[in-house]
Design a protein around this ligand. Structure first.
Ligand SMILES: Cc1cc2nc3c(=O)[nH]c(=O)nc-3n(C[C@H](O)[C@H](O)[C@H](O)COP(=O)(O)OP(=O)(O)OC[C@H]3O[C@@H](n4cnc5c(N)ncnc54)[C@H](O)[C@@H]3O)c2cc1C
Length: 365
């Protein structure tokens, strides 16, 4: 939807085809760093996001027992990056994006199956049920398991981290306000939480695939409470305060960066093009950057195909680095041998600010 908005702002009529029966968010919330907020600014949506997002001023890093290892001054970094960083519910973000498009431009129940290159340079997309749509360009924005990517450049294998994420929003009143986002690291397990503006506390936990957490929601919630039993408060309360059927499970995986996202009048944006693990909170941020970058390259272009390749050339180096940095962070922060955990905690305590700040400055720029 961000891509469609960006294209429309450049005078390029565009439509969204979504497989689900409604535009609906799953998965709690997103940390939108300054780079994403500046992209939303380009779409004219910064005020709307700021009205619903919770500004992130600091992120604390703690051990499972609650000991403070270090904290990052996000407020200062955001000021330097000329835009706030906010935690926003996915539902609010989708509502804001969909409201910026005419209702007639969003087609639901439209599962893309394949495209066909036409002789006149256009592309025809076909959808389950037999519908088809022909246009001057086709942008695959269909996520990690992109069907468009599989056809245009081959999906390539998923790169598994061996970690499973559980995501929730604890809606219980009052006592659950954690005040500031906290990243807690333990042996093979991690927990991240942050307060939303008025809708409770967003959290996500990562566990090892070998922890064999059940697919039954009630059993899974009990297992999470056991795995994180003894961790500092409010972690137990947050899991307890989230209905088991609203805890979403996702395997954490990405795909290795590739050299090519498109061919002819086809290209990709977002997780379809540059999926990354959630460890730096950049997947959606990069998707927004790509949406704006694609529209910039197409503005006034005489040759769509040349403009699409220019967009890919501009974006691939940055998104590849984000993907690799995120993956390394996923692996390094989820160590479980006691010695490795002690070294990691020492590194976080004494080096994180020095190492992470230049990386964050680059990510947020
Ligand atoms: C636990 C977790 C936490 C995260 N936290 C953050 C964070 O804090 N900040 C951040 O920036 N990112 C975060 N991310 C990453 C972020 O969720 C993704 O990068 C982002 O959602 C990618 O957006 P997208 O639109 O490219 O893909 P998706 O959000 O996957 O959307 C793809 C859409 O395409 C539709 N679709 C799929 N196939 C078809 C088809 N064949 N036909 C039609 N429609 C189709 C899907 O239904 C879906 O609506 C997190 C991810 C996880 C798993």
């Amino acid at each position: 939807m961000a891509t469609a908005i960006a294209l429309r702002m450049k005078g390029i009529e565009s439509e969204v085809f979504e497989q689900s029966s409604a535009i609906r968010a799953t998965g709690g919330a997103l940390l939108l760093w300054s780079n994403a907020i500046r992209s939303l600014r380009a779409l004219g949506l910064e005020p709307a996001i700021m009205a619903v997002g919770a500004p992130v001023e600091r992120i604390e890093f703690r051990t499972a027992r609650g000991e403070l290892l270090t904290s990052l001054d996000i407020e200062r970094l955001s000021r330097q990056a000329r835009a706030a960083s906010v935690l926003v519910s996915r539902e609010d973000l989708l509502t804001i994006l969909s409201s910026a498009l005419p209702a007639a431009a969003i087609h639901t129940d439209a599962r893309f199956l394949e495209y066909r290159a036409e002789e006149n340079g256009q592309a025809t997309a076909t959808f389950a049920g037999g519908a088809a749509s022909t246009a001057d360009l086709l942008v695959g924005a269909d996520g990690l398991h992109s069907t468009v990517r599989a056809q245009v450049c081959g999906a390539g294998p998923l790169r598994e981290t061996g970690q499973i994420a559980f995501v929730g929003v604890a809606r219980a009143e009052g006592a659950l306000d954690t005040g500031t986002p906290i990243a807690t690291v333990g042996a093979g397990l991690r927990f991240w939480s942050g307060p939303l503006r008025d809708a409770g506390v967003y959290w996500y936990a990562t566990v090892r695939a070998t922890d064999a957490v059940s697919r039954d929601p009630d059993v899974a919630k009990r297992q999470l409470l056991e795995l994180f039993g003894g961790w500092h408060e409010p972690i137990g309360e947050l899991i307890e305060g989230t209905p088991s059927d609203q805890i979403i499970r996702t395997a954490i995986a990405d795909r290795r960066p590739v050299e090519r996202w498109g061919a002819g009048p086809i290209t990709l944006v977002g997780d379809a093009a540059h999926p990354c693990t959630p460890d730096l909170g950049q997947g959606a941020c990069q998707a927004l950057e790509s949406a704006v970058g694609l529209a910039e390259c197409l503005e006034g272009a005489d040759d769509i195909v040349v403009a699409l390749r220019r967009y890919e050339n501009r974006r691939i180096a940055r998104t590849s680095r984000v993907t690799e940095l995120s993956f390394v962070t996923a692996i390094q922060s989820a160590v479980d041998h006691p010695l490795a955990c002690a070294l990691r905690d020492l590194g976080v305590r004494s080096l994180l600010v020095r190492i992470a700040e230049p990386e964050l400055r680059w990510l947020m720029a």
